[in-house]
Design a protein around this ligand. Structure first.
Ligand SMILES: Nc1ncnc2c1ncn2[C@@H]1O[C@H](COP(=O)(O)OP(=O)(O)OP(=O)(O)O)[C@@H](O)[C@H]1O
Ligand SMILES: [Mg+2]
Length: 335
């Protein structure tokens, strides 16, 4: 039987195939290009992301699952169906597949119903939903027991999940709409004011990922291309990592504030375990230079981050698909 773990991230959709031991079989931008005139789908995933900022006015790029919410059901279903078809899984085969789907932690009933609807629209019959913190913790190599709670923090493109979890459930957790996208937007404003250069969203993301750093001695530089805010002509300018540190730090500080809130008023034994185990860090934002170190220092905690933190959640899904008992422990019960 086909077994898939799917992480419908705000930025990137990831799919893990467990039955063939193939590992991660897809990682594509979670976006769709649609014609503004009739809503016709023009491109999905990589091809759609490549069009950002380059299309004729009438074409819109839509992220149908945004900040953990299914904002456009039709496009979300079309996107997921297309991704599944790209890995060779047609609708007829899906009926018999076992699918595990990541959902944000503490989703309201209405929001959860939208995920259920999405799965139905894609004709997925056998699905288990698992809240994100369990998945990212498992994917980052944590062992989740009844007696030894752990603290995990995942910062993605649109959402941050922070939670203290044990096999009994989420002891304290929060999901907030803060992530790498906010940093990209901040970088666009900063470069406009510092360098009089307007850069597009793709360029800002590239700059953040390539030279962005929270190191006090960030030295990277990069030539950014865009248009001059003064003459509106095509232009380029050299940007310095040190000038962009603040664009990243303000959001990381905000996230740390929320994460600290999650730790407040933990029962004493839970607090002791968290202190002993440290924090499990995941999500693509952990790839930015010195972000994990900065968070560890601010929280005054030992931290662990896996090699490919952007894949921790989907890898955790892979772990659960290989262990029925674990899956029953962590899958949402009221499906
Ligand atoms: N090397 C990298 N690879 C992938 N993403 C990176 C990298 N460096 C930084 N990032 C940033 O990480 C974010 C994407 O992370 P991730 O894939 O964990 O998000 P997501 O799961 O799609 O979204 P969310 O969890 O918020 O719904 C983006 O802001 C991206 O720019
Ligand atoms: Mg994610």
């Amino acid at each position: 039987m086909i077994k898939l773990a799917i992480d419908l991230g705000s930025s990137v959709t990831k799919i893990y195939r467990a039955d063939t031991n193939s590992g991660i079989v897809l990682a594509e931008p979670s976006c769709v290009a649609v014609s503004g005139e009739d809503g016709e789908i023009k491109a999905i995933g990589k091809e759609a992301k490549n069009l950002i900022g380059k299309t004729a006015e009438l074409t819109k790029i839509v992220y149908p699952i945004y900040e953990g919410v299914v904002v456009d059901m039709r496009l979300a279903a079309a996107m997921l169906t297309a991704f599944l078809s790209r890995i060779g899984i047609k609708k007829s085969a899906l009926k018999r597949a076992q699918v595990l789907l990541n959902i944000p932690c503490g989703l309201s009933g209405k929001r959860f119903a939208e995920y259920q609807q999405l799965v139905e629209d894609c004709e997925i019959k056998k699905v288990r939903f698992v809240e994100q913190p369990y998945l990212s913790a498992l994917g980052a190599g944590a062992v989740i027991s009844d007696t030894d709670p752990i603290f995990c923090l995942d910062i993605g493109g649109g959402v941050t999940n922070a939670a203290v979890i044990s096999a009994n459930g989420i002891i304290s957790g929060i999901s907030i709409n803060v992530g790498g996208n906010n940093m990209d937007a901040n970088i666009i404003s900063k470069i406009a004011s510092n360098n009089s250069l307007l850069v597009g969203a793709l360029t800002a993301e590239k700059i953040k990922n390539e030279i962005g750093s929270l190191s006090v001695s960030a030295l990277g530089t990069m030539v950014a291309e865009g248009s001059s805010t003064e003459t509106c002509q095509p232009a380029s300018s050299s940007v310095q990592a040190a000038d962009l540190t603040e664009c990243i730090r303000v959001y990381i500080n905000k996230i740390i504030e929320y994460a600290t809130g999650v730790l407040w008023q933990l029962p004493a034994e839970v607090a002791a375990a968290v202190n002993r185990n440290g924090v499990y860090l995941s999500g693509g934002v952990m790839k930015i230079s010195h972000v994990p170190q900065y968070i560890g220092a601010k929280l005054n905690m030992r931290y662990r981050v896996c090699e490919e933190p952007q894949f921790a959640t989907v890898l955790g899904g892979g772990v659960l698909l290989q262990d029925r008992e674990l899956l029953n422990t962590f899958a949402k019960k009221d499906e």
